[in-house]
Design a protein around this ligand. Structure first.
Ligand code: AP5
Length: 261
Protein backbone atom coordinates (compact mmCIF):
# COMPACT_ATOMS: atom_id res chain seq x y z
CA UNK A 1 0.00 0.00 0.00
CA UNK A 2 1.28 3.43 -0.87
CA UNK A 3 0.55 5.94 1.79
CA UNK A 4 -1.04 9.04 0.30
CA UNK A 5 0.80 12.33 0.55
CA UNK A 6 0.16 14.57 3.53
CA UNK A 7 -3.07 16.50 3.28
CA UNK A 8 -4.38 17.18 6.75
CA UNK A 9 -1.14 17.08 8.70
CA UNK A 10 -0.03 20.67 8.93
CA UNK A 11 0.45 22.35 12.27
CA UNK A 12 -2.74 24.26 11.63
CA UNK A 13 -4.60 21.05 10.94
CA UNK A 14 -6.98 20.03 8.20
CA UNK A 15 -9.97 17.90 7.42
CA UNK A 16 -9.60 14.16 6.82
CA UNK A 17 -11.50 11.77 4.58
CA UNK A 18 -14.20 11.29 7.18
CA UNK A 19 -14.70 14.94 7.88
CA UNK A 20 -12.81 15.14 11.15
CA UNK A 21 -10.12 17.55 12.11
CA UNK A 22 -6.57 16.24 11.76
CA UNK A 23 -3.94 17.97 13.83
CA UNK A 24 -0.33 17.34 14.75
CA UNK A 25 0.28 16.00 18.24
CA UNK A 26 -0.22 18.56 20.93
CA UNK A 27 -0.67 18.04 24.65
CA UNK A 28 -4.33 17.56 25.42
CA UNK A 29 -5.38 17.39 21.76
CA UNK A 30 -7.87 14.59 21.35
CA UNK A 31 -9.29 13.07 18.20
CA UNK A 32 -12.93 12.13 17.69
CA UNK A 33 -13.26 8.50 18.77
CA UNK A 34 -16.13 7.57 16.52
CA UNK A 35 -14.38 7.36 13.16
CA UNK A 36 -12.85 4.30 11.54
CA UNK A 37 -9.09 4.18 11.89
CA UNK A 38 -8.35 0.74 10.42
CA UNK A 39 -5.77 -1.87 11.37
CA UNK A 40 -2.35 -0.59 12.41
CA UNK A 41 0.63 -2.98 12.65
CA UNK A 42 3.60 -1.96 14.76
CA UNK A 43 6.77 -3.89 13.95
CA UNK A 44 10.17 -3.61 15.58
CA UNK A 45 12.64 -5.54 17.70
CA UNK A 46 12.16 -6.19 21.42
CA UNK A 47 12.43 -2.89 23.28
CA UNK A 48 11.78 -0.72 20.20
CA UNK A 49 8.84 1.04 21.87
CA UNK A 50 5.88 -0.81 20.33
CA UNK A 51 4.02 -1.14 23.63
CA UNK A 52 4.74 2.46 24.66
CA UNK A 53 3.53 3.86 21.35
CA UNK A 54 0.53 1.50 21.14
CA UNK A 55 -0.81 2.91 24.38
CA UNK A 56 -0.58 6.44 23.00
CA UNK A 57 -2.37 5.40 19.79
CA UNK A 58 -5.04 3.66 21.82
CA UNK A 59 -5.60 6.80 23.86
CA UNK A 60 -5.76 9.10 20.85
CA UNK A 61 -7.96 7.01 18.56
CA UNK A 62 -9.99 4.99 21.07
CA UNK A 63 -9.10 1.67 19.44
CA UNK A 64 -7.66 -1.33 21.31
CA UNK A 65 -4.03 -2.38 21.55
CA UNK A 66 -3.72 -6.06 20.74
CA UNK A 67 -0.36 -7.12 22.12
CA UNK A 68 0.25 -10.82 21.46
CA UNK A 69 2.93 -10.73 24.16
CA UNK A 70 0.44 -9.38 26.75
CA UNK A 71 -2.22 -11.88 25.69
CA UNK A 72 0.25 -14.74 25.98
CA UNK A 73 1.54 -13.55 29.37
CA UNK A 74 -2.06 -13.36 30.58
CA UNK A 75 -2.60 -16.96 29.46
CA UNK A 76 0.59 -18.04 31.21
CA UNK A 77 -0.51 -16.33 34.41
CA UNK A 78 -3.97 -17.94 34.28
CA UNK A 79 -2.46 -21.36 33.51
CA UNK A 80 -4.64 -21.95 30.42
CA UNK A 81 -3.77 -24.67 27.92
CA UNK A 82 -2.30 -21.99 25.62
CA UNK A 83 -0.35 -20.52 28.55
CA UNK A 84 1.09 -23.91 29.43
CA UNK A 85 2.20 -24.44 25.83
CA UNK A 86 3.72 -20.95 25.60
CA UNK A 87 5.42 -20.63 29.00
CA UNK A 88 8.71 -22.46 28.40
CA UNK A 89 9.10 -21.05 24.88
CA UNK A 90 8.67 -17.47 26.11
CA UNK A 91 11.05 -18.04 29.02
CA UNK A 92 13.73 -19.02 26.51
CA UNK A 93 13.06 -16.12 24.14
CA UNK A 94 11.65 -18.23 21.29
CA UNK A 95 8.46 -17.69 19.31
CA UNK A 96 5.22 -19.46 20.19
CA UNK A 97 3.90 -21.68 17.32
CA UNK A 98 2.03 -19.79 14.60
CA UNK A 99 -1.19 -21.81 14.88
CA UNK A 100 -1.60 -21.03 18.59
CA UNK A 101 -0.91 -17.33 18.12
CA UNK A 102 -3.14 -16.95 15.03
CA UNK A 103 -6.08 -18.67 16.75
CA UNK A 104 -5.65 -16.33 19.71
CA UNK A 105 -5.52 -13.25 17.44
CA UNK A 106 -8.57 -14.36 15.43
CA UNK A 107 -10.60 -14.64 18.61
CA UNK A 108 -9.48 -11.21 19.79
CA UNK A 109 -10.19 -9.50 16.44
CA UNK A 110 -13.73 -10.81 16.48
CA UNK A 111 -14.53 -8.81 19.60
CA UNK A 112 -16.74 -5.75 19.03
CA UNK A 113 -14.19 -3.20 20.25
CA UNK A 114 -12.11 -3.93 17.11
CA UNK A 115 -14.81 -2.72 14.76
CA UNK A 116 -13.33 0.76 14.17
CA UNK A 117 -9.74 -0.43 14.11
CA UNK A 118 -7.02 -1.89 16.30
CA UNK A 119 -3.29 -1.80 16.90
CA UNK A 120 -1.40 -5.04 16.44
CA UNK A 121 1.64 -4.88 18.73
CA UNK A 122 4.07 -7.77 18.17
CA UNK A 123 2.02 -9.46 15.44
CA UNK A 124 2.67 -10.64 12.74
CA UNK A 125 6.09 -11.93 13.68
CA UNK A 126 6.69 -14.66 11.11
CA UNK A 127 6.07 -14.96 7.37
CA UNK A 128 3.28 -17.45 8.09
CA UNK A 129 1.56 -14.99 10.47
CA UNK A 130 1.83 -12.18 7.89
CA UNK A 131 0.28 -14.40 5.20
CA UNK A 132 -2.46 -15.46 7.61
CA UNK A 133 -3.27 -11.82 8.44
CA UNK A 134 -3.42 -10.76 4.79
CA UNK A 135 -5.78 -13.65 4.02
CA UNK A 136 -7.98 -12.84 7.00
CA UNK A 137 -8.25 -9.15 6.13
CA UNK A 138 -8.91 -9.88 2.48
CA UNK A 139 -11.70 -12.27 3.45
CA UNK A 140 -13.20 -9.72 5.85
CA UNK A 141 -12.78 -6.98 3.27
CA UNK A 142 -14.89 -8.77 0.69
CA UNK A 143 -17.46 -9.76 3.32
CA UNK A 144 -17.94 -6.22 4.52
CA UNK A 145 -15.85 -3.46 2.97
CA UNK A 146 -15.46 -1.20 5.99
CA UNK A 147 -12.20 0.75 6.07
CA UNK A 148 -11.29 -1.06 9.31
CA UNK A 149 -11.06 -4.26 7.36
CA UNK A 150 -8.80 -2.89 4.65
CA UNK A 151 -5.07 -3.66 4.55
CA UNK A 152 -3.20 -2.32 7.58
CA UNK A 153 -0.90 0.63 7.95
CA UNK A 154 2.42 -1.08 8.77
CA UNK A 155 5.02 0.88 10.72
CA UNK A 156 8.43 -0.35 11.84
CA UNK A 157 10.35 1.31 14.67
CA UNK A 158 14.10 1.17 13.98
CA UNK A 159 16.36 1.37 17.05
CA UNK A 160 20.11 0.95 17.54
CA UNK A 161 21.18 -2.37 19.16
CA UNK A 162 22.88 -0.85 22.25
CA UNK A 163 19.90 1.41 22.87
CA UNK A 164 17.64 -1.65 22.72
CA UNK A 165 19.70 -3.35 25.43
CA UNK A 166 19.41 -0.30 27.70
CA UNK A 167 15.68 -0.03 27.09
CA UNK A 168 14.99 -3.70 27.80
CA UNK A 169 17.15 -4.00 30.89
CA UNK A 170 15.77 -0.72 32.28
CA UNK A 171 12.10 -1.49 31.63
CA UNK A 172 9.69 -1.71 34.55
CA UNK A 173 5.92 -1.90 34.30
CA UNK A 174 2.92 -1.57 36.55
CA UNK A 175 1.17 -4.94 36.98
CA UNK A 176 -2.02 -3.08 37.83
CA UNK A 177 -2.50 -0.44 35.07
CA UNK A 178 0.12 -1.63 32.54
CA UNK A 179 1.98 1.70 32.36
CA UNK A 180 5.56 1.24 31.14
CA UNK A 181 8.58 2.98 32.75
CA UNK A 182 12.32 2.88 32.28
CA UNK A 183 14.86 3.37 35.04
CA UNK A 184 17.21 5.13 32.56
CA UNK A 185 14.85 7.15 30.37
CA UNK A 186 11.43 7.38 32.00
CA UNK A 187 11.72 6.78 35.74
CA UNK A 188 8.67 6.95 38.00
CA UNK A 189 8.38 9.94 40.35
CA UNK A 190 8.91 7.66 43.36
CA UNK A 191 11.51 4.95 42.86
CA UNK A 192 9.85 1.57 42.14
CA UNK A 193 6.23 2.79 42.36
CA UNK A 194 3.68 3.52 39.64
CA UNK A 195 2.87 7.25 39.28
CA UNK A 196 -0.77 6.44 38.53
CA UNK A 197 -1.76 4.02 41.29
CA UNK A 198 1.30 3.54 43.54
CA UNK A 199 1.61 -0.18 42.73
CA UNK A 200 5.13 -1.69 43.02
CA UNK A 201 6.68 -1.87 39.55
CA UNK A 202 7.96 -5.17 38.18
CA UNK A 203 10.53 -6.30 35.61
CA UNK A 204 9.46 -8.85 33.01
CA UNK A 205 10.79 -12.40 33.35
CA UNK A 206 12.15 -12.38 29.81
CA UNK A 207 14.00 -9.07 30.28
CA UNK A 208 16.93 -10.96 31.84
CA UNK A 209 20.19 -10.64 29.87
CA UNK A 210 20.35 -14.37 29.06
CA UNK A 211 16.89 -14.23 27.42
CA UNK A 212 17.38 -10.92 25.61
CA UNK A 213 19.92 -12.38 23.16
CA UNK A 214 17.67 -15.19 21.86
CA UNK A 215 14.76 -12.73 21.62
CA UNK A 216 16.82 -10.39 19.46
CA UNK A 217 18.04 -13.36 17.39
CA UNK A 218 14.46 -14.54 16.86
CA UNK A 219 13.61 -11.05 15.63
CA UNK A 220 16.48 -11.02 13.13
CA UNK A 221 15.79 -14.54 11.87
CA UNK A 222 11.99 -14.66 11.84
CA UNK A 223 10.55 -11.14 12.04
CA UNK A 224 12.90 -9.05 9.92
CA UNK A 225 11.73 -10.99 6.81
CA UNK A 226 8.16 -9.93 7.67
CA UNK A 227 9.20 -6.27 7.49
CA UNK A 228 11.04 -7.04 4.23
CA UNK A 229 7.83 -8.57 2.88
CA UNK A 230 5.82 -5.43 3.69
CA UNK A 231 8.60 -3.30 2.22
CA UNK A 232 8.63 -5.29 -1.03
CA UNK A 233 4.88 -4.86 -1.32
CA UNK A 234 5.31 -1.11 -0.62
CA UNK A 235 3.32 -1.18 2.58
CA UNK A 236 6.06 -0.45 5.10
CA UNK A 237 6.78 2.91 6.68
CA UNK A 238 9.89 3.10 8.89
CA UNK A 239 10.34 5.51 11.78
CA UNK A 240 13.57 6.40 13.53
CA UNK A 241 12.68 4.88 16.91
CA UNK A 242 15.89 6.21 18.49
CA UNK A 243 14.22 9.60 18.82
CA UNK A 244 12.57 10.74 22.07
CA UNK A 245 9.17 9.13 22.70
CA UNK A 246 7.14 12.25 21.87
CA UNK A 247 8.90 12.66 18.52
CA UNK A 248 8.15 9.04 17.61
CA UNK A 249 4.52 9.54 18.64
CA UNK A 250 4.22 12.71 16.58
CA UNK A 251 5.54 10.92 13.50
CA UNK A 252 3.17 7.99 14.06
CA UNK A 253 0.13 10.25 14.41
CA UNK A 254 1.04 12.08 11.24
CA UNK A 255 1.46 8.83 9.26
CA UNK A 256 -1.94 7.60 10.42
CA UNK A 257 -3.76 10.89 9.95
CA UNK A 258 -2.21 11.55 6.55
CA UNK A 259 -3.37 8.09 5.53
CA UNK A 260 -6.90 9.04 6.53
CA UNK A 261 -6.83 12.24 4.53
P1 AP5 B 1 6.34 -9.12 23.38
O1 AP5 B 1 5.66 -8.86 24.65
O2 AP5 B 1 5.68 -8.75 22.10
O3 AP5 B 1 7.77 -8.47 23.49
P2 AP5 B 1 8.77 -7.85 22.42
O4 AP5 B 1 8.38 -7.87 21.00
O5 AP5 B 1 10.04 -8.53 22.73
O6 AP5 B 1 8.72 -6.36 22.65
P3 AP5 B 1 8.87 -5.67 24.03
O7 AP5 B 1 7.57 -5.72 24.75
O8 AP5 B 1 10.09 -6.18 24.72
O9 AP5 B 1 9.26 -4.19 23.59
P4 AP5 B 1 8.41 -3.00 23.03
O10 AP5 B 1 8.82 -2.77 21.61
O11 AP5 B 1 6.96 -3.15 23.31
O12 AP5 B 1 9.02 -1.81 23.89
P5 AP5 B 1 8.40 -0.95 25.10
O13 AP5 B 1 7.41 0.02 24.57
O14 AP5 B 1 8.01 -1.82 26.23
O15 AP5 B 1 6.69 -10.69 23.24
C1 AP5 B 1 7.19 -11.44 24.32
C2 AP5 B 1 7.28 -12.90 23.92
O16 AP5 B 1 5.97 -13.42 23.59
C3 AP5 B 1 8.11 -13.19 22.65
O17 AP5 B 1 9.47 -13.31 22.97
C4 AP5 B 1 7.48 -14.52 22.19
O18 AP5 B 1 7.95 -15.60 22.95
C5 AP5 B 1 6.00 -14.33 22.50
N1 AP5 B 1 5.26 -13.75 21.38
C6 AP5 B 1 4.68 -12.52 21.35
N2 AP5 B 1 4.08 -12.31 20.16
C7 AP5 B 1 4.30 -13.41 19.42
C8 AP5 B 1 3.94 -13.78 18.10
N3 AP5 B 1 3.27 -12.95 17.29
N4 AP5 B 1 4.35 -15.00 17.64
C9 AP5 B 1 5.02 -15.85 18.44
N5 AP5 B 1 5.40 -15.57 19.70
C10 AP5 B 1 5.04 -14.35 20.19
O19 AP5 B 1 9.71 -0.10 25.47
C11 AP5 B 1 10.83 -0.73 26.06
C12 AP5 B 1 11.49 0.22 27.07
O20 AP5 B 1 12.03 1.34 26.39
C13 AP5 B 1 10.48 0.79 28.10
O21 AP5 B 1 11.11 0.86 29.35
C14 AP5 B 1 10.16 2.20 27.58
O22 AP5 B 1 9.89 3.09 28.64
C15 AP5 B 1 11.46 2.57 26.85
N6 AP5 B 1 11.24 3.39 25.67
C16 AP5 B 1 10.29 3.22 24.71
N7 AP5 B 1 10.40 4.15 23.74
C17 AP5 B 1 11.47 4.93 24.09
C18 AP5 B 1 12.11 6.05 23.48
N8 AP5 B 1 11.69 6.59 22.31
N9 AP5 B 1 13.18 6.58 24.12
C19 AP5 B 1 13.63 6.06 25.30
N10 AP5 B 1 13.06 5.00 25.93
C20 AP5 B 1 12.00 4.43 25.32
Amino acid sequence: MDLPRAVGGSAAGGRGRYGWETRRLGAGVTMPRTRDVGPIVLLGPPGAGKGTQSKRLMERYGIPQISTGDLLRDNVQRGTELGQAAKAIMAQGGLVPDKLVCDMVRERLNQPDCRRGYILDGFPRTAAQAGWLDALLEEKFFDNPRPTQAMPIVVRLDVDYNQLLLRITGRRSCPSCGRIYNVHFQPPKVDGLCDVDGTALVARDDDRLEVIKPRLEAYERQTRPVADYYERTRRLVSIDGDQPMDKVTERLFSIIEDNQA
